[in-house]
Design a protein around this ligand. Structure first.
Ligand code: GDP
Length: 231
């Protein structure tokens, strides 16, 4: 099977989509659920992270991206919920699934724990290319999201807002949500200007998100892929 090349330049939209489709069809392997910083795996792969409020649709989105029904659910079983779950995709991209934040009924200690573990991870990961900050398209940004955005700005972690559950709001509500988010991210130094509007239910912009993330992954030429070594 030929390996689509990682796209170069601005004209590569089609190639980007093809590379994203190909990469996310590759093997996705669970590496570890890290409950402490010391358990965060060493890696030489480019990395992306997924963060968002509890119930934002993060597991569903990761499963939609990888085409696996249970990948993120398996790792989100109770007891693992405060862990950072790491997956390697196609030996080219490390994906980190951060615990959901903002549980209304969470005790302060639990919130502090999210903050210290996730923040230490986010600050100390030189190969972290981007954090996907998932926001429910019905609700838009909440104060807890804003506080995470400020932390990401301070840590100089590039992040991109991904709206989830876009099948739920009306077109007018969705457009108002996009306006609100666009206005706010313009004031955040580390925020990527492009917002992706996704739905795990109807599949909208899942292919585009795959392409966006694949463009951050390690490219590999077909010949070196056959040889099994990175270029
Ligand atoms: P997580 O806690 O962030 O991992 O969220 P889940 O992926 O478990 O989703 C939380 C709830 O939202 C579940 O009931 C999902 O079925 C629902 N959900 C997730 N994604 C979508 C979506 O794109 N559209 C709709 N309508 N519901 C969704």
């Amino acid at each position: 099977m030929s390996v689509p090349q990682a796209p170069i330049g601005d004209d590569g939209a089609k190639e980007a989509l093809a590379y994203g489709q190909w990469l996310f069809a590759q093997d996705c392997r669970f590496v570890i659920g890290a409950a402490q910083l010391e358990q965060v795996p060493e890696s030489s792969l480019p990395e992306v992270a997924f963060a968002g409020r509890s119930n934002v649709g993060k597991s569903s989105l990761i499963n939609a991206l990888t085409g696996r029904k249970t990948l993120a659910k398996t790792s989100n079983t109770p007891g693992r919920t405060q862990q950072l779950n790491f997956f390697v995709l196609g030996e080219r991209l490390m994906m980190a699934d951060l615990p959901g934040y903002g549980f209304a009924q969470a005790p302060k200690a639990k919130v502090a724990r999210w903050t210290s573990l996730a923040e230490a991870y986010l600050k100390g990961r030189p190969l972290l290319r981007r954090a996907c900050l998932l926001i429910d398209a019905r609700h838009g940004l909440k104060d807890v999201d804003r506080s995470i955005m400020k932390r990401l700005d301070t840590a100089a972690v590039s992040y991109q807002v991904i709206l989830t559950k876009a099948d739920k709001p009306s077109a007018a509500e969705l457009s108002a949500c996009l306006d609100q988010v666009a206005r706010e991210i313009a004031t955040h130094t580390a925020a990527h200007p492009e917002i992706l509007t996704t739905s795990s239910r109807d599949g909208r912009h899942i292919a585009e998100l795959r392409a966006t993330l694949a463009a951050l992954a390690a490219p590999r030429s077909p010949s070196s892929d056959q040889a099994g070594s990175a270029t």
